[in-house]
Write a protein of this length. Structure first.
Length: 446
């Protein structure tokens, strides 16, 4: 329950209120503000305004004023003189929930609101104020004078050390006969800290350590693990959220089976650098205090890597990589979906064999073929629009070729119809390998 007795002090509007005038208004103790721990305890610390009137006090001189006997002020003014006046920006501060170990500060502003100076005789914290609240010690120095219209800022800090409600008050003794003691009530609650997101990763099949910086070959699957994230006592992590915030052009892979699981996986479908971020939320609905990050960099691969991407959702485009002894769409010298890992060159060596590393049948690609140890030959690269799978979208193709790890060739290719074949390029392998552009479209596999 809130204390019933209203505070009787002068409040001025802040500059953000356009209708603000210098006319003081009465602020009741029921003015807005959240906060935890408001209870009967709060009222025990309240100090009423000495006047006890609860009335709106006019800004001009009041002929029936009686000076505050306790105040260290000049002799009582002539009744025809204006009285000193002080106004305050807030009568309470609700800090809300603050994590243990954190500090939140708010600023009160006192303003002299009459034609004569007002004395600020003392600024202090109420006797039962929680030690979580502090004000600048220099503010407690007695005897300040505020000239007409001038202001004084009072910074109040809240740094809870215990998980509990905290209450307190700032007390300000002034020479304003209607506000000899201003009270600003303080409320706040300490809560235990936030959840901490912890992310680690490792390539599938690797027995290396779980880490935040992974190096892995292109076309490997990276397993991600957020299960080391921690939640504050009494709570648990109920929500994981992964995001891919950086990836190379052409990469389309998504976190599987979902980016909202603790342990998803990502196919690294294109050479380059990837950055993933993890955030968590605990069972109170509170977000974690950090964003965890994973970086994945593909290892540099020798030889040839080719990839094709396409724009039509659901469509199936097939990449072809042809040995000079072969012909398109025929084993063993065309490497493609029907002949994904032929044995070329030396029969008992696999390093000199191409392989279809990623076979995509449902849209976007990339589809990918690599060959680590090419022979000094002229290879051919093509793409066949195998099936539109009833997609009605136009299908634009893009090809990329890496030679010895460097992206050497990018072609934003043609828009093709189902059945058409794009003869993309030749790769002449040797000490200085090079790409020769062909860029011809056939209505069928040539
Ligand atoms: Ca395909
Ligand atoms: Ca071989
Ligand atoms: Ca796909």
């Amino acid at each position: 329950m809130r204390p019933a007795a209203p505070l009787c002090i002068t409040v001025f509007c802040l500059a953000i209120a356009p209708a603000c005038t210098d006319t003081p208004r009465y602020a009741s103790a029921d003015s807005s503000g959240g906060g935890v721990g408001r209870g009967a305890d709060a009222s025990t610390d309240r100090v009423s305004d000495a006047s006890g009137s609860g009335d709106v006090r006019p800004n001009d001189a009041a002929p029936d004023r009686v000076p505050d006997a306790a105040a260290d002020t000049p002799p009582p003014p002539d009744v025809s003189d204006p009285a000193p006046c002080v106004a305050i920006s807030e009568t309470e501060i609700a800090f809300g929930d603050v994590a243990l170990g954190a500090t939140v500060s708010r600023t009160l502003t006192l303003r002299s609101c009459a034609e004569i100076p007002v004395q600020i005789q003392a600024i202090s914290l109420g006797r039962d104020t929680s030690p979580a609240f502090t004000i600048e010690p220099s503010l407690e120095r007695p005897g300040r004078t505020l000239g007409p219209g001038s202001t004084l800022d009072i910074e109040v800090r809240f740094a809870p050390g215990t998980e509990a409600g905290h209450v307190g008050a700032v007390l300000i003794a002034t020479s304003d006969p209607d506000s000899t003691t201003l009270q600003v009530s303080l409320y706040g609650a300490g809560r235990t800290g936030c959840a901490e997101a912890v992310a680690v990763a490792r390539a599938r099949g690797s027995d290396g350590p779980w880490t935040t910086e992974v190096q892995a070959p292109t076309a490997s699957t990276i397993e991600l693990d957020a299960s080391r994230s921690t939640a504050p006592p009494g709570t648990m992590i109920v929500d994981y959220s992964w995001a891919i915030v950086q990836r190379p052009a052409g990469s389309n892979g998504s976190l599987m089976p979902s980016n909202r699981l603790a342990t998803p996986a990502l196919l690294i479908d294109t050479p380059g650098r990837y950055t993933l971020e993890l955030t968590v939320r605990d069972s109170r609905g509170q977000p974690g205090c950090n964003t965890a990050r994973i970086t994945i960099v593909t290892t540099v691969e020798p030889g040839i890597q080719i990839q094709v991407n396409w724009t039509s959702d659901g469509a199936d485009v097939d990449l072809h990589f042809l040995h000079p002894r072969g012909r398109w769409d025929a084993s063993p010298h065309d490497c493609y979906w029907l002949n994904p890992s032929p044995n070329w060159a030396v029969l008992d060596s696999a390093d000199d064999d191409p392989s279809l590393d990623i076979d995509d049948v449902d849209g976007f690609g990339p589809e990918r073929i690599s060959l680590r140890q090419p022979e000094p030959l002229m290879y051919s690269v093509g793409a066949h629009y195998f099936s539109d799978h009833n997609s009605e979208e136009p299908n634009a193709l893009t090809a990329r070729i890496w030679l010895n790890g460097s992206l050497t060739f990018v072609s934003e290719g043609p828009i093709v119809a189902q059945g058409q074949f794009w003869d993309i390029a030749r790769i002449e392998w040797g000490p200085e390998p090079r790409v020769i552009v062909i860029n011809r479209v056939y209505d069928d596999i040539p």
